[in-house]
Design a protein around this ligand. Structure first.
Ligand code: C2E
Ligand code: CA
Ligand code: CA
Ligand code: CA
Length: 279
């Protein structure tokens, strides 16, 4: 880099320049995307292994970029997290889920609980609890129709504060899931004091469930641990019938994965929701 007077620099390493520019434009595009309505949510059903019923779904954000087409969250959530844009983005996701739930109720559909992903920065944001409360009341919704997914590492990284924040969220009446479970470092004694409803087995353990005895043992141990703590278990990334059968034999409650359904647009998910009264 060569100084151009003041604190302005010009970069001559072409790859670095290109990479930096790409991230920079993606970041400024993202700020605009939220305002211009380029974000949308897809819903991935969770299937109950005992009844086969769909009682909940996970909301997953998608970005319809005018030039780049569909941008997956893996390409922009970390960027949003680092720049702080995740806070307005996350607030949009929460409001959009509430708006959608209200629309489904008004259409006379049986509602499913919708789970929203919370990033570390959102989880730490002091306005989070109020924002969720306001989004629910603005749409006249019962808190029971919303769930928050918080990763195990987000919760275990800032131990002291996390417990208070989870209690505040829980006191709204929403349910809470510990996402990507098994990848962080949970202290079991802490886990038992957290107001958590569900553990989500990370897909890394589900992927080789049928060929790797250690992964199978981990999945089975998580199911047993959860049940002993009176929590339910959701396995994610279930891609075939053999994985589903193994999870079912261990008593896993719900599954999510391509074997059952991919994340889908709301119109498609609505077709899986039975009219109120018939299930
Ligand atoms: P996650 O919370 O672990 O979500 C599960 C990811 O696994 C989703 O990827 C989903 O499409 C994918 N998936 C579901 N079933 C299968 C399967 O059977 N096989 C495989 N290989 N993958 C499966 P997606 O939608 O690309 O989201 C990636 C990550 O982006 C999410 O991981 C989550 O951490 C983040 N994310 C998505 N939406 C939001 C959001 O609204 N807010 C925040 N903060 N993060 C989000
Ligand atoms: Ca999740
Ligand atoms: Ca996950
Ligand atoms: Ca994950």
């Amino acid at each position: 880099a060569q100084a151009m007077g003041g604190n302005r620099f010009r970069f001559y390493a072409p790859e670095m320049n290109e990479r930096a520019m790409q991230l920079f434009t993606l970041e400024s595009d993202l700020a605009r995307a939220i305002e211009q309505g380029e974000l949308c949510l897809h819903y991935q059903p969770r299937v109950n292994l005992e009844s086969g019923a769909v009682r909940s779904a996970e909301a997953l954000v998608r970005w319809r970029h005018p030039q780049r087409g569909m941008v997956p969250p893996g390409d922009f959530i970390a960027l949003a997290e680092n720049s702080g844009l995740i806070v307005p983005l996350g607030a949009w996701v929460i409001r959009e889920v509430c708006r959608q739930q209200r629309a489904w109720i008004d259409a006379g559909l049986q509602t499913a609980v919708v789970a929203v992903n919370l990033s570390p920065r959102q989880f730490q944001d002091e306005h989070l609890v109020d924002e969720i409360r306001r989004a629910l009341s603005d749409h006249g919704l019962d808190a029971a129709c919303i769930e928050m997914e918080i990763t195990e590492s987000t919760v275990m990284d800032n131990a002291a504060e996390a417990g208070c924040k989870l209690n505040a969220l829980k006191s709204l009446g929403i349910s809470l899931s510990l996402d990507d479970f098994g990848t962080g470092h949970s202290s079991l004694s802490r886990l038992r004091h957290l107001p958590i409803d569900h553990l989500k087995i990370d897909q890394a353990f589900v992927r080789h469930l049928c060929s790797n005895a250690a992964d199978a043992a981990i999945c089975k141990a998580i199911v047993d641990l959860a049940h002993n703590l009176q929590l339910s278990v959701i396995a994610e990334g279930v891609e075939d019938a053999a994985q589903a059968a193994a999870l079912r034999s261990w008593g896993c409650d719900d599954v999510q994965g391509f074997h059952f359904a991919r994340p889908m647009p709301p119109e498609e998910f609505a077709r899986m929701l039975a009219p109120e009264g018939q299930l």
